[in-house]
Design a protein around this ligand. Sequence first.
Ligand SMILES: [Zn+2]
Ligand SMILES: [Zn+2]
Length: 347
Amino acid sequence: MAQDYTAGPVAALRRIAFLMERGREETRRVEAFRKAAAVILPLDPDDVAAKAAAGTLTDLAGIGPSTGAVITEAVRGEEPERLARLEKQYAGPLAPGGREVRAALRGDCHSHSDWSDGGSPIEEMAMTAMELGHDYLVLTDHSPRLRVANGLSVERLERQLGVVEAVNDHLGGAFTLLKGIEVDILDDGALDQTDEMLARLDVRVASVHSKLRMDAAPMTRRMLGAVANPFTNVLGHCTGRRVEGNRGTRPQSEFDARAVFEACVEHDVAVEINSRPERRDPPTRLLELARDTGCLFSIDSDAHAPGQLDMLDYGCERAQEAGIDPDRIVNTWGRDRLLAWADPSGR
Ligand SMILES: [Zn+2]
Ligand SMILES: [Zn+2]
């Protein structure tokens, strides 16, 4: 017997997509469910119900047999079978540890939308972050030079800031989508966006994405340059390593970690604990070095899809294992404290 289900077909499709992303299924496989939700969202629920009853849902562009079955079960008031299966398979914490740190988090400082290399629109990322109980989410799409990830030019970033404001107008209330960027650290340590645009953002994550195999001396200079930049708030995935996943593995970059972490303390830059399981960055030895050096941290999802926002569990487990005091984690802070800390005029 199917369970009663009253949330309707759009919620069912969104929840299925969320659970698949959270379970690390490829965005491509999840797309059909997100697309189907977008197709029926603007339709009259009575029309959807009539089509379901007549078995003609698949006449709609973007609805196939699997998504059609989910919609049909949901409009009948039954929990869709696929949803029930995924809830059983994927619900519950992603990592066994880190529950106290996870409970202390108020938001997330690193996320991507389909404006760069993410899979979902800005509003879907914001809505999901809100549903997860976050007070804020920083939208950090890539900077211009990262062309493979469709990095944002000055003009596109400018337009995106308008969209962020519009999303906040709609969501209102306790949740805020914050303006941000994941800005590339160029070979010479400069940041890949104009000072004028960087100044208009709330939080800036700076990361190395190219020439990861540079010699240690120039890589150290490069990272020190970025950390000393008054616009840098968070040093993203500092070693660039990849420990697993279908894109292959990659060794960590070589640099003088002690010098870089000391500079982070001096310039009030947080070291990111990147929660993505294929990154686990920084490695444990460096995480402990940053802890002992006195760094601040930001536990980030680096989500490229809404369900990946929940990957914070992995980073929290590592932070708790390393014994990091939650008050040294900037995203345990309330929004106003975070904004005051990140404001370059106060640096
Ligand atoms: Zn990155
Ligand atoms: Zn990122």
